[in-house]
Design a protein around this ligand. Structure first.
Ligand code: AHM
Ligand code: MG
Length: 346
């Protein structure tokens, strides 16, 4: 009989996220302990948010907070709690000069000398799912500021995702996962609720060779361009040229969860530009807080991300809450999306 393996047991050693970050730092001589501590701060915020979510049904934290964010979306109490938790952790970190959050109108500048990092995050992704007990997530990215002692500004984060030093997400599901990359592969951890540590469970994650799934809100299909409609028919096996991958469909409506499933099992997520009421087509998901960090992870795992024309990591945002179309996941499927979109559908 084989011995049961336990989470975090890599070659007979228990690897916590803290230790993993420290060891990665060892292979990056330019990295400082302060950068590692910053990543560990995301793990800390993730534990606090996971704890609140586990108790959400029993406490008065479900429902709306009564505010509307800068994007016109009603904030849930859990959006506010998650945002406040992250902001508080990074205000006190002593390393961060700028915070940009999906839930804040503008960047938060934190005064002080020697604050070399800027962080971006979507505190609670998929929060429209909070009332129905569906898995949620936090998405984050880290940039190095051009001048660590200058007052923080939007320019610290209005940058292409190619400049990211690190990115990751935390997935609050039946268990809590933390997945991150500092540019040398993608590594996944699972929170052990007994010891309160994230333990290494998925080392060097790569998209599988053969994809299984596509994820899209097909309720919006009539608002997609004919080219996107044709691409999705191809994904499903209804267009034969080139050879169709004939994928199954899975859509949760929490980007982190849809991305994670496709990363582990193979597949592509799309949220194309949609046209509503005669307005020019535009994407829904946010470039800074959602798309650039996940695109960084996708490329690190051998996948790709594009808005249908430009690789997501090459997009230079001009607005904090900029929205973009996205095709992200398996590299071959994203390349086919670009090819379908470049060919006018008859
Ligand atoms: P949120 O960050 O405000 O929760 O919004 C983003 C969410 C994504 O998690 C998800 O992929 C998408 O919106 C779902 O949108 P829709 O309900 O239109 O399918
Ligand atoms: Mg989101």
């Amino acid at each position: 009989m084989t011995n049961p393996t336990r989470a975090g047991d890599a070659g007979g050693q228990i690897v916590t996220v803290e230790r993993h970050i420290r060891e990665c730092q060892g292979s990056h001589p330019e990295a400082t302990g302060r950068f590692s501590q910053l990543l560990y701060d995301f793990a800390l915020a993730g534990k606090l948010i996971a704890h609140a979510l586990r108790r959400a049904g029993m406490m008065d934290v479900l429902g709306h907070a009564g505010n509307v964010n800068v994007q016109g979306e009603e904030q849930k109490k859990l959006d506010v709690y998650s945002n406040d938790t992250l902001v508080e952790v990074f205000r006190r970190s002593g390393r961060v000069g700028v915070i940009a959050s999906e839930e804040e109108d503008d960047v938060l500048a934190i005064d002080g000398d020697d604050r070399p990092y800027a962080v971006v995050f979507d505190p609670l992704d998929g929060s429209s799912n909070t009332e129905v007990n569906v898995s949620l997530g936090t998405i984050f990215g880290v940039y190095r500021r051009a001048d660590a002692s200058a007052p923080g500004s939007r320019d610290d984060v209005l940058r292409p995702g190619r400049d990211l030093l690190a990115a990751g997400y935390i997935l609050y599901g039946p268990c809590t996962n933390l997945v991150y990359s500092v540019g040398d592969g993608v590594h996944g951890f699972t929170l052990d609720p007994d010891c309160g540590e994230f333990l290494l469970t998925h080392e060097s994650i790569r998209f599988p060779e053969k994809p299984k799934y596509f994820s899209a809100n097909q309720g919006g299909e009539t608002t997609w361009s004919p080219e996107v409609q044709r691409y999705v028919r191809w994904l499903r096996g209804m267009e034969s040229e080139p050879a169709s991958p004939k994928l199954s469909s899975r859509y949760v409506g929490t980007l982190v969860v849809d991305f994670h499933r496709n990363l582990i099992d193979g597949g592509v997520f799309l949220y194309p530009a949609v046209s509503k009421k005669g307005a020019p087509p535009k994407g829904k998901l946010r470039q800074l807080y959602e798309l650039a960090p996940l695109a960084f992870l996708a490329e690190q795992a051998g996948g790709a991300a594009s808005n249908g024309v430009t690789p997501t990591l090459d997009i230079e945002p001009t607005e904090l809450h900029q929205r973009e179309a996205i095709f992200i996941g398996d590299r071959g499927l994203v390349e086919q999306a670009d090819a379908f979109l470049a060919q006018p559908a008859s």
